[in-house]
Design a protein around this ligand. Structure first.
Ligand code: SAM
Length: 294
């Protein structure tokens, strides 16, 4: 199993709404524990879920009291995603007109009940498999790897950013189990891999490049000997490797990197939040190499 779910749990086991076993449904999350920019909640019933909660927890508390965050009316808060496909089953998208088989990209459940997921409009009503298959046709050839990260929300934010930039894969080095709440379900639409340590990641990269060649490993950290990312041309196919939230890249990881890049800072903090640094690095890659989404 490469996606870190508990043994025996298939990816498809997670119902729409993504409240994993042992996980607290979103509306029971204690105040302040919800990431600030929670997008459309994949919660059964749509509107009753989390929606753009400025300031995190408090908004959730408001919701339970029936209020809507950000001063929106309950009606506005319920306009999340889309309702059932207009015109009912007779109007559902089919392969060759009325009476022909349903277009297999579409999920009859979503067509019938609406789609409130955190997906872009082009994928509304599509099955997860169809979305993944479409994304796979145009994955960007860079991977992002995180070494020994301790905070689930940071891991979740990297997964979400990697989804946004359609990375070929996310590699969690060290931990196998992590709480996916922070990923906002984006992990279901991309490939998440696990490696016990940096040496295993490097061994994987040795044969993961185009045509089975070696994939360069680009370290991100502000350590002695690192060079500025600004103006550095990132390889099109590569692994962007980020270090642990407090101690950074291990010496083994640094030694295994083709180059270590730092994001130039101008203030007093020693470093950026690791998730933020990952986002900057992925955006830097995209500025140079990204192909426009059709
Ligand atoms: C919060 S930093 C901690 C380590 C950092 N070297 C320090 O001494 O504070 C954790 C990770 O975030 C990333 N990071 C944070 N600031 C960065 C910067 N300015 N340039 C590149 N990566 C950075 C790196 O991957 C780093 O390993």
């Amino acid at each position: 199993m490469c996606d870190g779910r508990p043994e025996g749990e298939r990816a498809g086991d997670v119902p729409v709404g993504h409240v994993l076993p042992g996980e607290a449904p979103v509306d029971q999350v204690p105040a302040g524990d919800v990431p600030v920019d929670v997008p459309v909640g994949d919660v059964p019933g749509g509107g009753a879920g989390v929606r753009d909660v400025p300031g995190g927890g408090a908004g959730v508390r408001d919701r339970r009291a029936g209020g809507a965050p950000g001063g929106r009316s309950p009606e506005e808060a319920r306009e999340v995603g889309v309702g059932p496909w207009p015109g009912g089953p007779d109007a559902w998208p089919r392969l060759a007109g009325p009476g022909s088989p349903l277009d297999p990209r579409y999920d009859p459940e979503l067509l019938a009940h609406g789609d409130r997921r955190n997906v872009v409009d082009r994928y509304r009503y599509w099955t997860v498999e169809a979305v993944v298959a479409d994304l796979d046709t145009r994955r960007h050839p860079f991977h992002v790897a995180i070494e020994n990260w301790a905070h689930d929300l940071n891991i979740g934010s990297v997964v979400r950013t990697a989804n946004a930039f359609n990375a070929a894969g996310v590699h969690v080095v060290g931990r196998r189990r992590w709480n996916r709440r922070g990923a906002m379900v984006t992990d279901r639409y991309l490939h998440v891999h696990h490696h016990p340590d940096a040496a295993a990641l490097v061994a994987w990269a040795a044969g993961a490049g185009p045509d089975g060649g070696r994939l360069p490993v680009v370290g991100l950290d502000n350590v002695p000997g690192s060079v500025p990312i600004e103006g550095y041309r990132l390889p099109r196919a590569c692994v962007l490797l980020l270090g642990q939230e407090s101690t950074g890249l291990t010496p083994e990881a640094q030694a295994a990197c083709d180059v270590v890049l730092h994001i130039t800072q101008h203030g007093s903090t020693r470093s950026l939040n690791a998730g933020a640094a990952a986002a900057i690095a992925m955006h830097t890659w995209a500025l140079t190499h990204a192909t426009p989404t059709p």
